[in-house]
Design a protein around this ligand. Structure first.
Ligand code: F6P
Length: 322
């Protein structure tokens, strides 16, 4: 009987559990044994795994986080750490590994594959910065959480005639900030992909005030140089903006919570596709979403490209902020 293993790695993302469930149940349906590795690559090196049956993944499709646990493992970044991981897999007669995670995790899976152990990736990160997929598992939920916060903050900002800065996660990418800003009707968005300055930010805030708006909502990406903390610090004593200033950093709250229907369905589809690819004898690929279809992209392509943000939507955002 074929044995496969599944792990979640890096920052958790809502929908990871739905992907684990899909891999486990589709693997069992193929007549295989499926093992869950605890705590990502750290657990793989330490040899912490458990055999998973259909009941082990009951009631998890609606749960955020990851039932397997996750980690960022410095040891796995070394060749000897990866060799230990491969030895553990081979000693347990495991023939293929499904890696659910983002950029760093998929780079790790690629390196394992290059070292001769078959791996298949499932794109999962709230940052949406992974090449090879239009959207990763967790993005939709994180975006909706950010949006709910923005809607609420706009209400209190209006009551007090304030400019309110909201900082989203996203690492070096502005995807979450830009999309949350547009969907939340923000007056200004600050992202790493577009240069800005205190003068430009001040101008936007003052213009918003002159247009008679009761609030000015600014969404900033954590990866932008002018993040929430720097903007707040810079304008702390400034009395000419029209509004007083407040800031909220959303942080890890965007990673918790129940996955949306979109994320559950995406996770289920990519998890099933990962098992199908292994059944067909393919590995060294990342499964993601492309124009509504589940698509496999070779790791060599994924790891040699950077995903870029489509900025054409910024023009619309500027018009809508009037
Ligand atoms: O990659 C997901 C992410 O949430 C990023 O948006 C953020 O910069 C980072 O992880 C935070 O990492 P940690 O959970 O290790 O603090």
């Amino acid at each position: 009987m074929k044995k496969i293993a599944v792990l979640t790695s890096g920052g958790d993302a809502p929908g990871m559990n739905a992907a684990i469930r899909s891999v486990v149940r589709c693997g069992l349906a193929a007549g295989w044994e499926v093992f869950g590795i605890n705590h990502g690559y750290a657990g793989l090196i330490a040899g912490v795994s458990q055999k998973l049956g259909p009941r082990d993944v009951s009631g998890v499709i609606q749960a955020g986080g990851t039932i397997l646990g996750s980690s960022r493992s410095p040891e796995f970044e070394t060749e000897s750490g990866r060799q230990k991981a491969i030895d553990n897999l081979r000693n347990n007669q495991i023939e293929a590994l499904v890696v659910i995670g983002g950029n760093g995790s998929q780079m790790g899976a690629h390196l394992l594959n290059e070292m001769g152990f078959p791996t298949v990736g499932v794109a999962s990160t709230i940052d949406n910065d992974l090449y090879g997929t239009d959207q990763s598992i967790g993005v939709d939920t994180a975006l909706n959480i950010a949006l709910e916060a923005i809607d609420r903050l706009k209400v209190t900002a209006s009551s007090h005639q304030r400019a309110h800065i909201v900082e989203t996660m996203g690492r070096n990418q502005g995807y979450l900030a830009l999309m949350a800003g547009i969907a939340g009707g923000a007056e200004y968005v600050v992202i790493p992909e577009v240069e800005t300055s205190p003068d430009l930010i001040a101008e936007e805030i003052k213009n918003t005030y002159r247009r008679g708006k009761s609030h000015c909502l600014i969404v900033v990406a954590e990866g932008a140089h002018w993040n929430a903390e720097r903007i707040l610090e810079h304008f702390r004593e400034n009395k000419e903006l029209g509004y007083s200033l407040r800031a909220t950093i959303l942080g890890h709250v965007q990673r918790g919570g129940a996955p949306t229907a979109f994320d559950r369905l995406l996770a289920t589809r990519v998890g099933a596709a990962a098992v199908h690819e292994i059944e067909e004898g393919r590995s060294g690929i990342l499964l993601g979403l492309s124009c509504g279809e589940i698509k496999a992209t070779p790791y060599t392509e994924v790891t040699s490209h950077r995903k870029t943000l489509d900025l054409s939507i910024l023009d619309i955002a500027e018009k809508l902020a009037r």
